[in-house]
Write a protein that binds this ligand. Sequence first.
Ligand code: PLP
Length: 406
Amino acid sequence: MLDIQSIREDFPILSHKVYNKPLIYFDNGATTQKPRAVVEKIENGYYNVNANIHRGVHFLSQEATEAHEEARKTVQRFLNARSAQEIIFTRGTTESINLVASSFTDACMSAGDEVIVSVMEHHSNIVPWQIQAARKGICLKVIPMNERGELQIDAYRQLFSERTRLVAVAHVSNVLGTINPVKELVEIAHEQGVPVLIDGAQSVPHMKVDVQELDPEFYVFSGHKVYGPTGIGVLYGKEEWLDRLPPYQGGGEMIATVSFEKTTFNELPFKFEAGTPDYIGSTALAEALRYVDRLGMEQIAAYETELLRYATEGLRTIAGARIFGEAAQKGAVLSFLIGDIHHYDMGMLLDRLGIAVRTGHHCAQPLMQALGIEGTVRASFSFYNTKEEIDTFIAAVDRVRKMFSL
Ligand code: PLP
Protein backbone atom coordinates (compact mmCIF):
# COMPACT_ATOMS: atom_id res chain seq x y z
CA MET A 1 0.00 0.00 0.00
CA LEU A 2 1.22 3.49 -0.86
CA ASP A 3 1.31 6.09 1.91
CA ILE A 4 -0.21 8.89 -0.15
CA GLN A 5 0.03 11.58 2.53
CA SER A 6 3.74 11.08 3.01
CA ILE A 7 4.24 10.83 -0.78
CA ARG A 8 2.49 14.19 -1.18
CA GLU A 9 4.99 15.75 1.20
CA ASP A 10 7.70 14.89 -1.31
CA PHE A 11 6.00 17.22 -3.85
CA PRO A 12 6.02 20.77 -2.41
CA ILE A 13 3.89 22.18 -5.24
CA LEU A 14 0.93 20.02 -4.22
CA SER A 15 0.38 22.13 -1.11
CA HIS A 16 0.06 25.34 -3.16
CA LYS A 17 -3.16 27.27 -3.46
CA VAL A 18 -4.54 28.76 -6.67
CA TYR A 19 -7.25 31.45 -6.47
CA ASN A 20 -7.11 30.73 -2.74
CA LYS A 21 -8.24 27.14 -3.30
CA PRO A 22 -6.07 24.09 -2.69
CA LEU A 23 -4.47 23.08 -5.97
CA ILE A 24 -5.88 19.87 -7.45
CA TYR A 25 -3.49 18.82 -10.16
CA PHE A 26 -5.13 16.52 -12.70
CA ASP A 27 -2.92 17.38 -15.68
CA ASN A 28 -0.41 14.61 -15.17
CA GLY A 29 -0.71 13.39 -18.75
CA ALA A 30 0.81 16.69 -19.90
CA THR A 31 3.55 16.72 -17.27
CA THR A 32 4.02 15.43 -13.75
CA GLN A 33 5.16 17.33 -10.67
CA LYS A 34 8.67 16.74 -9.35
CA PRO A 35 9.62 15.21 -6.02
CA ARG A 36 12.16 17.00 -3.84
CA ALA A 37 14.77 14.31 -4.60
CA VAL A 38 14.71 15.19 -8.32
CA VAL A 39 14.94 18.95 -7.76
CA GLU A 40 17.76 18.44 -5.24
CA LYS A 41 19.61 16.25 -7.73
CA ILE A 42 19.52 19.09 -10.28
CA GLU A 43 20.65 21.60 -7.67
CA ASN A 44 23.44 19.34 -6.47
CA GLY A 45 24.48 18.67 -10.07
CA TYR A 46 25.00 22.34 -10.84
CA TYR A 47 26.47 23.22 -7.44
CA ASN A 48 28.84 20.31 -7.06
CA VAL A 49 29.32 18.09 -10.10
CA ASN A 50 29.20 20.45 -13.07
CA ALA A 51 31.77 19.97 -15.83
CA ASN A 52 31.40 19.00 -19.46
CA ILE A 53 31.54 15.24 -19.75
CA HIS A 54 33.45 12.60 -21.75
CA ARG A 55 36.34 14.76 -22.93
CA GLY A 56 37.82 16.02 -19.70
CA VAL A 57 40.78 14.50 -17.91
CA HIS A 58 40.12 16.53 -14.78
CA PHE A 59 38.39 15.30 -11.64
CA LEU A 60 35.06 17.10 -12.04
CA SER A 61 34.66 16.07 -15.65
CA GLN A 62 35.28 12.46 -14.77
CA GLU A 63 32.82 12.63 -11.89
CA ALA A 64 30.14 14.17 -14.14
CA THR A 65 30.82 11.58 -16.85
CA GLU A 66 30.46 8.77 -14.35
CA ALA A 67 27.16 10.19 -13.08
CA HIS A 68 25.80 10.50 -16.64
CA GLU A 69 26.83 6.95 -17.58
CA GLU A 70 25.47 5.63 -14.28
CA ALA A 71 22.16 7.33 -15.16
CA ARG A 72 22.18 5.46 -18.46
CA LYS A 73 22.55 2.20 -16.54
CA THR A 74 19.64 3.16 -14.29
CA VAL A 75 17.44 3.66 -17.38
CA GLN A 76 18.70 0.35 -18.77
CA ARG A 77 17.72 -1.49 -15.58
CA PHE A 78 14.38 0.35 -15.39
CA LEU A 79 13.40 -0.80 -18.90
CA ASN A 80 15.24 -4.12 -18.57
CA ALA A 81 17.24 -3.41 -21.73
CA ARG A 82 20.04 -5.86 -22.53
CA SER A 83 22.80 -3.26 -22.47
CA ALA A 84 23.36 0.40 -21.63
CA GLN A 85 24.41 0.96 -25.25
CA GLU A 86 20.78 0.52 -26.20
CA ILE A 87 19.83 3.64 -24.21
CA ILE A 88 20.12 6.94 -26.11
CA PHE A 89 19.42 10.19 -24.28
CA THR A 90 17.30 12.63 -26.27
CA ARG A 91 15.21 15.70 -25.44
CA GLY A 92 12.06 13.60 -25.07
CA THR A 93 9.55 11.39 -26.83
CA THR A 94 9.17 13.81 -29.72
CA GLU A 95 12.88 13.97 -30.45
CA SER A 96 13.23 10.19 -30.05
CA ILE A 97 10.53 9.56 -32.65
CA ASN A 98 11.98 12.18 -35.00
CA LEU A 99 15.38 10.50 -34.67
CA VAL A 100 13.99 7.09 -35.62
CA ALA A 101 11.78 8.54 -38.37
CA SER A 102 14.71 10.33 -39.95
CA SER A 103 17.41 7.66 -39.57
CA PHE A 104 15.15 4.67 -40.23
CA THR A 105 13.70 6.25 -43.36
CA ASP A 106 17.19 7.06 -44.65
CA ALA A 107 18.50 3.56 -44.01
CA CYS A 108 15.53 1.31 -44.61
CA MET A 109 12.83 2.98 -46.73
CA SER A 110 12.23 4.12 -50.26
CA ALA A 111 9.29 5.68 -52.13
CA GLY A 112 6.13 3.62 -51.77
CA ASP A 113 7.21 1.91 -48.53
CA GLU A 114 4.70 1.96 -45.69
CA VAL A 115 4.57 2.77 -41.97
CA ILE A 116 1.62 1.60 -39.88
CA VAL A 117 0.45 3.97 -37.13
CA SER A 118 -2.84 4.03 -35.22
CA VAL A 119 -5.79 6.41 -35.22
CA MET A 120 -5.07 7.38 -31.61
CA GLU A 121 -1.49 8.62 -32.07
CA HIS A 122 -0.21 11.87 -30.62
CA HIS A 123 0.96 14.32 -33.32
CA SER A 124 4.51 13.39 -32.27
CA ASN A 125 3.99 9.96 -33.79
CA ILE A 126 2.27 11.23 -36.95
CA VAL A 127 4.01 14.37 -38.12
CA PRO A 128 7.61 13.02 -38.13
CA TRP A 129 6.40 10.29 -40.51
CA GLN A 130 4.56 12.83 -42.65
CA ILE A 131 7.76 14.86 -42.92
CA GLN A 132 9.50 11.70 -44.16
CA ALA A 133 6.55 11.02 -46.47
CA ALA A 134 7.11 14.44 -48.09
CA ARG A 135 10.88 13.84 -48.32
CA LYS A 136 10.93 10.26 -49.47
CA GLY A 137 7.45 9.37 -50.71
CA ILE A 138 6.68 6.85 -47.97
CA CYS A 139 3.01 6.25 -46.99
CA LEU A 140 1.12 6.01 -43.70
CA LYS A 141 -1.48 3.35 -42.98
CA VAL A 142 -3.77 3.75 -39.98
CA ILE A 143 -5.08 1.11 -37.54
CA PRO A 144 -8.74 1.91 -36.75
CA MET A 145 -10.42 1.51 -33.35
CA ASN A 146 -13.81 0.29 -32.12
CA GLU A 147 -16.38 2.42 -30.27
CA ARG A 148 -14.73 1.69 -26.89
CA GLY A 149 -11.45 3.08 -28.19
CA GLU A 150 -9.66 -0.25 -28.64
CA LEU A 151 -7.49 -0.93 -31.68
CA GLN A 152 -9.02 -3.39 -34.14
CA ILE A 153 -6.54 -6.22 -34.36
CA ASP A 154 -8.07 -7.89 -37.42
CA ALA A 155 -7.94 -4.63 -39.34
CA TYR A 156 -4.33 -4.22 -38.18
CA ARG A 157 -3.40 -7.60 -39.62
CA GLN A 158 -4.94 -6.57 -42.95
CA LEU A 159 -2.76 -3.44 -43.17
CA PHE A 160 0.45 -5.37 -43.73
CA SER A 161 1.79 -5.62 -47.27
CA GLU A 162 5.15 -6.43 -48.78
CA ARG A 163 5.88 -2.66 -48.56
CA THR A 164 5.36 -2.43 -44.77
CA ARG A 165 8.65 -1.39 -43.18
CA LEU A 166 7.71 -0.29 -39.65
CA VAL A 167 4.84 -0.18 -37.13
CA ALA A 168 4.77 2.87 -34.81
CA VAL A 169 2.09 2.90 -32.08
CA ALA A 170 1.40 4.36 -28.65
CA HIS A 171 1.50 2.02 -25.68
CA VAL A 172 -1.17 4.12 -23.91
CA SER A 173 -3.38 6.73 -25.57
CA ASN A 174 -2.99 10.19 -24.04
CA VAL A 175 -6.66 10.95 -24.79
CA LEU A 176 -8.58 7.70 -24.36
CA GLY A 177 -6.33 6.05 -21.81
CA THR A 178 -6.48 2.83 -23.82
CA ILE A 179 -3.64 0.46 -22.96
CA ASN A 180 -2.85 -1.07 -26.33
CA PRO A 181 -1.90 -4.76 -26.45
CA VAL A 182 1.61 -3.94 -27.59
CA LYS A 183 3.00 -7.41 -27.01
CA GLU A 184 0.42 -8.80 -29.43
CA LEU A 185 0.96 -5.93 -31.89
CA VAL A 186 4.70 -6.62 -31.82
CA GLU A 187 4.20 -10.37 -32.31
CA ILE A 188 1.95 -9.79 -35.33
CA ALA A 189 4.47 -7.37 -36.86
CA HIS A 190 7.34 -9.78 -36.23
CA GLU A 191 5.42 -12.60 -37.96
CA GLN A 192 5.65 -10.32 -41.01
CA GLY A 193 9.31 -9.51 -40.36
CA VAL A 194 8.44 -5.87 -39.55
CA PRO A 195 10.12 -3.93 -36.68
CA VAL A 196 8.09 -1.87 -34.19
CA LEU A 197 8.46 1.48 -32.42
CA ILE A 198 6.40 1.98 -29.24
CA ASP A 199 5.59 5.47 -27.96
CA GLY A 200 5.79 4.98 -24.21
CA ALA A 201 5.16 8.62 -23.19
CA GLN A 202 2.00 7.66 -21.29
CA SER A 203 2.97 4.16 -20.17
CA VAL A 204 6.40 4.46 -18.56
CA PRO A 205 5.08 6.73 -15.75
CA HIS A 206 2.25 4.36 -14.87
CA MET A 207 3.19 0.71 -15.37
CA LYS A 208 6.09 -1.72 -15.42
CA VAL A 209 7.66 -1.71 -18.89
CA ASP A 210 10.04 -4.53 -19.80
CA VAL A 211 11.43 -4.04 -23.30
CA GLN A 212 12.76 -7.59 -23.50
CA GLU A 213 9.33 -8.98 -22.68
CA LEU A 214 7.42 -6.65 -25.04
CA ASP A 215 10.19 -7.05 -27.62
CA PRO A 216 9.81 -3.90 -29.78
CA GLU A 217 12.82 -2.71 -31.76
CA PHE A 218 12.40 0.87 -30.42
CA TYR A 219 10.72 2.21 -27.27
CA VAL A 220 10.64 5.92 -26.40
CA PHE A 221 9.59 8.09 -23.45
CA SER A 222 9.91 11.57 -21.89
CA GLY A 223 11.55 12.34 -18.55
CA HIS A 224 9.12 15.09 -17.57
CA LYS A 225 6.11 12.76 -17.66
CA VAL A 226 7.76 10.34 -15.26
CA TYR A 227 8.53 12.88 -12.47
CA GLY A 228 11.88 13.83 -14.02
CA PRO A 229 13.02 17.13 -15.53
CA THR A 230 11.95 18.66 -18.82
CA GLY A 231 14.30 18.48 -21.79
CA ILE A 232 15.46 14.90 -21.33
CA GLY A 233 14.04 11.67 -22.70
CA VAL A 234 15.02 8.28 -23.93
CA LEU A 235 15.22 6.23 -27.07
CA TYR A 236 15.68 2.54 -26.39
CA GLY A 237 16.68 0.61 -29.50
CA LYS A 238 17.85 -2.94 -30.04
CA GLU A 239 21.58 -2.78 -30.62
CA GLU A 240 21.48 -4.42 -34.04
CA TRP A 241 18.94 -1.82 -35.20
CA LEU A 242 20.73 1.17 -33.75
CA ASP A 243 23.90 -0.12 -35.42
CA ARG A 244 22.12 -0.18 -38.77
CA LEU A 245 20.82 3.39 -38.56
CA PRO A 246 22.87 6.43 -39.60
CA PRO A 247 23.41 9.31 -37.12
CA TYR A 248 20.56 11.78 -36.74
CA GLN A 249 22.63 14.89 -36.04
CA GLY A 250 26.30 15.69 -36.53
CA GLY A 251 28.65 17.41 -34.11
CA GLY A 252 30.81 16.72 -31.09
CA GLU A 253 30.55 13.46 -29.15
CA MET A 254 29.12 11.46 -32.04
CA ILE A 255 32.36 11.15 -34.04
CA ALA A 256 35.36 8.83 -33.85
CA THR A 257 37.63 10.81 -36.21
CA VAL A 258 37.06 13.90 -38.35
CA SER A 259 39.03 15.18 -41.31
CA PHE A 260 37.89 17.30 -44.22
CA GLU A 261 38.08 14.21 -46.38
CA LYS A 262 36.30 11.69 -44.18
CA THR A 263 34.55 11.42 -40.81
CA THR A 264 33.95 8.20 -38.92
CA PHE A 265 31.26 7.88 -36.32
CA ASN A 266 31.48 6.96 -32.67
CA GLU A 267 30.11 3.71 -31.29
CA LEU A 268 26.74 3.32 -29.58
CA PRO A 269 25.22 5.10 -27.77
CA PHE A 270 27.32 8.18 -28.59
CA LYS A 271 26.67 7.97 -32.34
CA PHE A 272 23.20 9.38 -31.62
CA GLU A 273 24.17 11.96 -28.99
CA ALA A 274 25.63 14.89 -30.92
CA GLY A 275 26.71 17.87 -28.82
CA THR A 276 26.96 18.32 -25.08
CA PRO A 277 24.30 16.07 -23.58
CA ASP A 278 22.03 17.11 -20.74
CA TYR A 279 24.20 15.38 -18.17
CA ILE A 280 22.40 17.10 -15.28
CA GLY A 281 19.01 16.14 -16.69
CA SER A 282 20.06 12.51 -17.14
CA THR A 283 21.07 12.15 -13.50
CA ALA A 284 17.85 13.82 -12.36
CA LEU A 285 15.84 11.49 -14.61
CA ALA A 286 17.62 8.53 -13.03
CA GLU A 287 16.66 9.93 -9.61
CA ALA A 288 13.00 10.11 -10.73
CA LEU A 289 13.13 6.50 -11.94
CA ARG A 290 14.60 5.41 -8.60
CA TYR A 291 11.79 7.29 -6.88
CA VAL A 292 8.97 5.50 -8.74
CA ASP A 293 10.85 2.22 -8.45
CA ARG A 294 10.92 2.62 -4.67
CA LEU A 295 7.14 3.12 -4.65
CA GLY A 296 6.77 0.10 -6.94
CA MET A 297 5.30 0.25 -10.45
CA GLU A 298 2.74 -2.46 -9.58
CA GLN A 299 1.52 -0.47 -6.56
CA ILE A 300 1.39 2.72 -8.64
CA ALA A 301 -0.63 1.00 -11.38
CA ALA A 302 -3.06 -0.57 -8.88
CA TYR A 303 -3.64 2.69 -7.02
CA GLU A 304 -4.11 4.76 -10.18
CA THR A 305 -6.52 2.17 -11.62
CA GLU A 306 -8.59 2.52 -8.47
CA LEU A 307 -8.54 6.34 -8.82
CA LEU A 308 -9.72 5.96 -12.42
CA ARG A 309 -12.52 3.58 -11.43
CA TYR A 310 -13.65 5.96 -8.68
CA ALA A 311 -13.56 9.04 -10.93
CA THR A 312 -15.34 7.25 -13.79
CA GLU A 313 -18.09 6.10 -11.44
CA GLY A 314 -18.47 9.66 -10.10
CA LEU A 315 -18.57 11.23 -13.54
CA ARG A 316 -21.23 8.79 -14.70
CA THR A 317 -23.60 10.17 -12.05
CA ILE A 318 -23.52 13.60 -13.75
CA ALA A 319 -26.32 14.25 -16.23
CA GLY A 320 -25.12 14.59 -19.81
CA ALA A 321 -21.64 13.15 -19.16
CA ARG A 322 -19.98 11.50 -22.15
CA ILE A 323 -16.76 9.61 -21.54
CA PHE A 324 -14.35 9.08 -24.44
CA GLY A 325 -12.39 5.87 -24.13
CA GLU A 326 -13.94 2.90 -22.38
CA ALA A 327 -11.40 0.24 -23.21
CA ALA A 328 -11.23 -2.85 -21.02
CA GLN A 329 -7.55 -2.06 -20.34
CA LYS A 330 -7.25 1.59 -19.44
CA GLY A 331 -4.69 3.91 -17.83
CA ALA A 332 -5.61 6.75 -15.47
CA VAL A 333 -6.88 9.17 -18.12
CA LEU A 334 -10.47 10.40 -18.14
CA SER A 335 -11.60 12.35 -21.23
CA PHE A 336 -15.12 13.68 -21.17
CA LEU A 337 -17.69 16.29 -22.19
CA ILE A 338 -20.81 17.37 -20.31
CA GLY A 339 -23.82 18.06 -22.56
CA ASP A 340 -22.87 20.77 -25.01
CA ILE A 341 -20.66 22.71 -22.59
CA HIS A 342 -17.54 23.67 -24.49
CA HIS A 343 -14.45 21.89 -23.18
CA TYR A 344 -12.67 25.22 -22.88
CA ASP A 345 -15.44 26.72 -20.70
CA MET A 346 -15.36 23.66 -18.46
CA GLY A 347 -11.55 23.86 -18.15
CA MET A 348 -11.59 27.59 -17.31
CA LEU A 349 -14.28 27.23 -14.67
CA LEU A 350 -12.62 24.20 -13.07
CA ASP A 351 -9.41 26.22 -12.98
CA ARG A 352 -11.19 28.93 -10.96
CA LEU A 353 -12.09 26.22 -8.48
CA GLY A 354 -8.43 25.23 -8.18
CA ILE A 355 -8.59 22.21 -10.47
CA ALA A 356 -6.03 21.86 -13.26
CA VAL A 357 -7.28 19.78 -16.20
CA ARG A 358 -6.37 19.89 -19.88
CA THR A 359 -8.79 20.89 -22.61
CA GLY A 360 -8.69 20.72 -26.40
CA HIS A 361 -7.51 18.21 -28.96
CA HIS A 362 -4.57 16.97 -26.83
CA CYS A 363 -2.28 16.94 -29.88
CA ALA A 364 -4.41 14.21 -31.42
CA GLN A 365 -6.49 15.97 -34.06
CA PRO A 366 -6.93 12.88 -36.26
CA LEU A 367 -8.40 11.09 -33.22
CA MET A 368 -10.76 14.03 -32.63
CA GLN A 369 -11.84 13.77 -36.27
CA ALA A 370 -12.52 10.04 -35.80
CA LEU A 371 -14.58 10.82 -32.69
CA GLY A 372 -16.40 13.66 -34.49
CA ILE A 373 -15.58 16.23 -31.81
CA GLU A 374 -13.32 19.26 -31.47
CA GLY A 375 -11.88 18.42 -28.12
CA THR A 376 -12.44 17.02 -24.65
CA VAL A 377 -11.77 17.86 -21.04
CA ARG A 378 -9.08 15.52 -19.77
CA ALA A 379 -8.35 14.65 -16.16
CA SER A 380 -5.23 12.51 -15.83
CA PHE A 381 -4.19 11.09 -12.49
CA SER A 382 -1.01 10.29 -10.61
CA PHE A 383 -0.21 8.30 -7.48
CA TYR A 384 -0.15 11.55 -5.49
CA ASN A 385 -3.82 12.27 -6.23
CA THR A 386 -6.55 11.25 -3.79
CA LYS A 387 -10.19 10.20 -3.77
CA GLU A 388 -10.97 13.37 -1.80
CA GLU A 389 -9.61 15.41 -4.71
CA ILE A 390 -11.79 13.40 -7.07
CA ASP A 391 -14.84 14.11 -4.87
CA THR A 392 -14.08 17.85 -5.11
CA PHE A 393 -13.59 17.52 -8.88
CA ILE A 394 -16.88 15.68 -9.46
CA ALA A 395 -18.76 18.24 -7.35
CA ALA A 396 -17.08 21.04 -9.33
CA VAL A 397 -18.00 19.49 -12.70
CA ASP A 398 -21.59 19.21 -11.51
CA ARG A 399 -21.53 22.81 -10.32
CA VAL A 400 -20.40 23.96 -13.77
CA ARG A 401 -23.15 21.84 -15.35
CA LYS A 402 -25.72 23.65 -13.20
CA MET A 403 -24.28 27.05 -14.17
CA PHE A 404 -25.09 26.17 -17.75
CA SER A 405 -28.61 25.15 -16.59
CA LEU A 406 -28.16 21.62 -17.88
N1 PLP B 1 3.28 10.77 -27.29
C1 PLP B 1 2.29 10.77 -26.37
C2 PLP B 1 1.35 9.60 -26.30
C3 PLP B 1 2.13 11.86 -25.53
O1 PLP B 1 1.15 11.88 -24.63
C4 PLP B 1 3.03 12.95 -25.63
C5 PLP B 1 2.87 14.15 -24.78
O2 PLP B 1 1.81 14.49 -24.35
C6 PLP B 1 4.05 12.89 -26.57
C7 PLP B 1 4.14 11.78 -27.38
C8 PLP B 1 5.05 13.99 -26.73
O3 PLP B 1 5.87 14.06 -25.61
P1 PLP B 1 6.96 15.23 -25.46
O4 PLP B 1 6.23 16.52 -25.71
O5 PLP B 1 7.44 15.09 -24.05
O6 PLP B 1 8.02 14.97 -26.46
